[in-house]
Design a protein around this ligand. Structure first.
Ligand SMILES: Cc1cc2nc3c(=O)[nH]c(=O)nc-3n(C[C@H](O)[C@H](O)[C@H](O)COP(=O)(O)OP(=O)(O)OC[C@H]3O[C@@H](n4cnc5c(N)ncnc54)[C@H](O)[C@@H]3O)c2cc1C
Ligand code: FES
Length: 285
């Protein structure tokens, strides 16, 4: 008898299961576009070789940043996918220059080749029954959340994105997320709206209106703790995308291990291959 096909991207909240990651490969991508988005972040768009595997939202690539001119980054650098365009064979990263590797990356010009390894890690899963979801992102977390909006909308979910930043000019992806069909709420330190009690009020309001059956968070420990508290209070499905410095990126070196709580006990997991997306309740933020 034929078994029914299962959609591994859409799972019930009670028993979440992650989609199987694609088989990672080493790629020579070509820089298509590379622009400054604001004073801190840059957007890098790449053409992938024909037949390259495509990433799921929440997965990442390990980037071989260029060397030379005094910049010699050792090890690859992990970077979440920000834009995934399989039909155009393109991939985009939104990144902040923080040190040697990202400074070297910032020197890439259109036409340059860029060596990537991936896609790596375990991405986001969606709740069943087209349940409405809420995204909470801050800083680099806004980049990680980017592809979750079209992914969720294509699967029939209402999406509300709460984007947090220090100042209004540092809130990114607002237009892209609205164009993809999300309701976007921005909160900033400068306007005094990003404080936890205020964001908690927004979340409680969304839950009360039936607009929040699942929570996704990235880029802030205090927002993660808030999301955990709200999810626990209302028994919501939730996931968190974590960042950790990495060396191998494939589970061999154990340099990316973080503690998690599981059934009342502390366990240790590798962010690169057991994440970077984890069940919200299990993260020790
Ligand atoms: C799964 C994953 C996805 C990521 N996605 C993005 C993204 O979409 N956009 C983006 O801008 N960045 C992202 N990052 C962070 C990015 O990997 C680091 O900023 C980058 O590796 C820094 O390299 P560097 O050589 O420029 O800086 P380094 O010289 O290596 O470090 C500069 C400073 O940043 C700190 N740092 C470096 N790496 C990390 C890290 N992983 N977590 C926390 N602190 C770190 C260092 O301790 C140091 O203080 C992601 C990280 C992970 C693990
Ligand atoms: S980076 Fe080596 S095990 Fe995760």
């Amino acid at each position: 008898m034929m078994m029914p096909m299962l959609d591994h991207d859409v799972v019930p909240p009670a028993a979440p299961a992650h989609p199987a990651p694609g088989r990672p490969v080493e790629l020579e991508a070509v820089v298509r576009e590379h622009v400054a988005v604001n004073d801190e972040y840059r957007y890098l768009s790449l053409d992938l070789p024909e037949g390259a595997p495509h990433a799921k939202p929440g997965q990442f690539y390990h980037l071989l940043c260029p060397t030379g001119d005094g910049l010699e980054p050792f090890f690859r650098r992990p970077m979440s996918v920000y834009r995934v365009e399989p039909e155009k064979n393109r991939l985009g990263f939104l990144y902040k220059v923080t040190g040697t590797g990202t400074a070297a990356m910032a020197r890439l010009w259109p036409g340059d080749t860029f060596n990537l390894f991936g896609p790596l890690g375990i991405g986001f899963t969606l709740p069943a029954d087209r349940a409405p979801i809420v995204l909470l992102g801050r800083g680099v977390g806004l980049a990680t959340m980017g592809p979750l909006v079209p992914f969720a909308r294509e699967n029939g979910h209402r999406v509300t994105a709460i984007l947090s930043a220090r100042a209004p000019d540092l809130v990114m992806s607002v237009d892209e997320m609205r164009a993809a069909g999300a309701d976007v709420i921005t909160v900033t330190d400068a306007e005094g709206t990003s404080a936890v009690p205020h964001v908690e009020g927004i979340l409680e309001d969304l839950v009360a209106k039936g607009a929040c059956a699942a929570l996704y968070v990235c880029g802030s420990s205090r927002l993660t703790r808030l999301a955990q508290a709200v999810a626990a209070r209302h028994d919501l499905f939730g996931e968190v995308a974590l960042e950790q410095q990495m060396a191998c990126g494939v589970g061999v070196c154990f340099c990316c291990v973080r503690p998690f709580r599981e059934n009342g006990e502390t366990v240790h997991r590798r962010v690169c291959c057991e994440g970077p997306v984890f069940p919200l309740a299990e993260a020790l933020a």
